[in-house]
Design a protein around this ligand. Structure first.
Ligand code: ADP
Ligand code: MG
Length: 183
């Protein structure tokens, strides 16, 4: 569950990116946030990822107030959510398998679990056959599917995707959205 209570974000540049936002997303909901460039969508998502904190108001994820998280609790919280970005953010010198395994390793998952989990999530995004390929050998749509597999790897309670189809052609964009909906 995600809840925003009277949330405002004022950037030091003088921009009021969000003003007094109240929002509640219940478990199991699939929500689209739509708005013109500069409307504040990425700011809203950065708050949910605890990349920034509000200038005023409070953000809760699964009941926890994100402003109160400190130090390694922030890193731990981030590992509990899946994130997908427009520019994929894959590690270029790791292959597909290793990109997914990486997030499991930093979450201290046992090797035995990693060996079964990586093929499982790659299978979900129908990329098991590309496990040994490197990001530059994949199309945009395939790279984004790897990023989705990686976001799913730690079985997150929340998946946040910021313009996940922004760098993908329109036909494949539908496939990415269908994939997210199916998940
Ligand atoms: P969207 O994702 O909907 O395009 P953003 O949340 O990125 O919108 O931006 C909302 C507003 O905040 C814009 O006016 C943008 O220029 C401004 N903004 C975003 N990030 C920063 C930042 N780090 N510092 C200053 N201003 C920012
Ligand atoms: Mg944005």
């Amino acid at each position: 569950m995600v809840e925003f209570k009277n949330v405002s974000v004022h950037y030091s540049s003088g921009v009021d990116a969000l003003q007094n936002i109240n929002l509640r997303i219940n478990d199991g909901e699939f929500v689209f946030i739509v708005g013109e460039s500069g409307a504040g969508k990425s700011t809203l998502m950065k708050l949910m990822m605890r990349e920034i904190v509000p200038s005023s108001g409070r953000v809760f994820v699964n009941g926890a107030s994100l402003s109160k998280l400190k130090g390694n609790k922030i890193a731990k919280f981030r590992r509990s959510i899946g994130m997908v970005f427009q520019d994929f953010r894959l590690i270029q010198d790791l292959n597909v398998y290793e990109n997914v395994a990486f997030v499991l390793r930093i979450a201290d998952q046992p090797m035995k679990f990693i060996k079964q989990r990586v093929p499982y999530v790659l299978n979900l995004v129908e990329l098991a056959h590309k496990a040994r390929s490197y990001p530059k050998e994949l199309s945009g749509g395939e790279q984004q599917r790897v990023a989705i597999a990686r976001a799913l790897a730690n079985d997150p309670s929340l998946i946040i995707a910021d313009e996940p189809t922004g760098n993908i052609d329109p036909k494949l964009s539908y496939e990415i959205v269908e994939l997210l909906k199916a998940i």
